[in-house]
Design a protein around this ligand. Sequence first.
Ligand code: PGA
Length: 624
Amino acid sequence: MTEAKGLRALAATLHALARMALGLTFALSGFVKAVDPMGTAYKIADYLAAMGLGRLLPEAALTGASVALSCCEALLGVALLFGVRRRLVAALAFITMIAMTAISVWLVAADPIGDCGCFGDAIVLTNPQTLAKNIVLLALAAAALWHAASTPRLVMQANEWIVMNYSVLFIATIAAVGLYDLPLLDFRPYRVGADLRTADIEHDGDIVDSLIDAQGPALLLIAPHIEKADASMPDDINMAYEFARERGMAMVCLTASGDEAINVWRDITGAEYPIRFADETMLKTMVRSNPGLIAIAGGRVRGKWSCNRMPDEAKLAEATSLQPADGDGRRTTAMKIALWYLLPLFLLTLADRTWMWTRWIRTKHKDNINKPKMRKNIVAGNWKMNLCLQEGLALVKDIEKECKAQKPNCDVIVCTPFPHLGLIPAQVDQDIVAIGAENCADKEKGAYTGEVSAAMVKSTGARYVILGHSERRGYYHETPEILRDKVQLALANGLKVIFCIGESLEEREQGKQNEVVKAELEGSVFCLTAEEWKNIVIAYEPIWAIGTGKTATSDQAEEIHAYIRSVVADKYGKAAADDTTILYGGSCKASNAPELFAKPDIDGGLIGGASLKCPDFMGIVRAF
Ligand code: PGA
């Protein structure tokens, strides 16, 4: 027994570790892609070219795809870490890893691309390393999928949208900065602070070599495609050239475009600085802006600016001074980014957990002080005349699985049409989801064509039966006397009865609701002995709220529930009344259940429409 428990705990720990490792990996890989959206777009273009789809997407679409990919990856990671939509997210992560592993098999076999680009330029892996990494991640994804529904949540479901929206906003902002200006973090060999003399850089521009080797400072204007370069700020560039000339330092423009484009650029901008040809890939790697400016001094990169944020004289002077640069500041930037993201989420999680904890304490307190109750909280579904046998079986199995994973704080009952009772009670664990009928006959047995007796219901294994529902009273003319006979037969056959009472709209408008429910109790169930009463659950269902979308307000419902309890107390004594479960029914949904169930005399719900879909029904169950 203890050994089994230990194994279960070990499995749960492994599951949690796998989910966290996978979540962190996805989040990290989405983040580094978002930091350098142009780099990611180049990588997507490489993949398309390798698949023979070279010109499939225009540049803008590639950039869009790059940002979308970063957001999706990062969100998948965050959702895994926070336990958001646990099964769906774990399944998506698993499918993603299958696809990624397949791609990395292709990378190893055909070698169409040198570096997979999984982590942008931050971590560069060879193709066999990528395959090995993806196999490990696939195994982690499988482990995360297994028992995904039992993953603990970091914040309650109602707050998950904040986590997800904040993450999208954050990632999109990071990408927008990268597109408008330069990547917030630069992982490439030409980052600010890099020593170009020792860095492992391949370039075929001898000009770059000579400028790097020269001790003095120099400026490089980088325009991979000068015909597409932003020519809206020629003054800033010409000012930089003026600055260089006055101080006797070199400034060269490097481009991969041809002479014609260079001449057009000269005409538009009045450029006087030399313009030379260099390799396109190298230029794109040097700066993610077209054009962008780089200051080098003593063989090191000292400054880098996009065309949207060109430096003024003071910045140029600072960058080209020959004092050694003090680091590239990447660590500080990384820490600031992490703080901006993690601190708000940390505070949210803290507030959320504190709220949950105080709510737990308050409920405990309320339970102890206001409700010294022995009575059960119950959420019961009433399928009415809906769902075929197969649909019903599938639904009840889903509910059972969810209840197993979520361990609800109430009893869960599902009442089904008669044919379903032949199958379902044997297929589910009724200690998790108890099964009931929606009706039974008022006769014990015999020539009553079409009727189903309480003994037959009991023989299926069902434990409950709904009696007195307003639809049976209304459409099938079940009188208080008929209902009294049904109740007695049900109890005599060992079934528990969910007995429905409730007034019509007209009666409510005349203020007769108390009178009506009291009469319904007296007419059919107050004939029971105190011992028999223990097997009665009352469901108050105002007829005007059933299936209409109109719910009684929680105060209206509480008022009449308290009244019903007082009537029961008058008949069977206070202790019995305190032990009687009184459910509310009538357009009860996940959205209004918490408020209703928070009332001291409302002990759960009898659910019609919202019991026909597992997520709707479980949303109500979770209200406890
Ligand atoms: P409803 O039905 O939840 O669809 O309003 C309740 C009931 O009739 O039991």
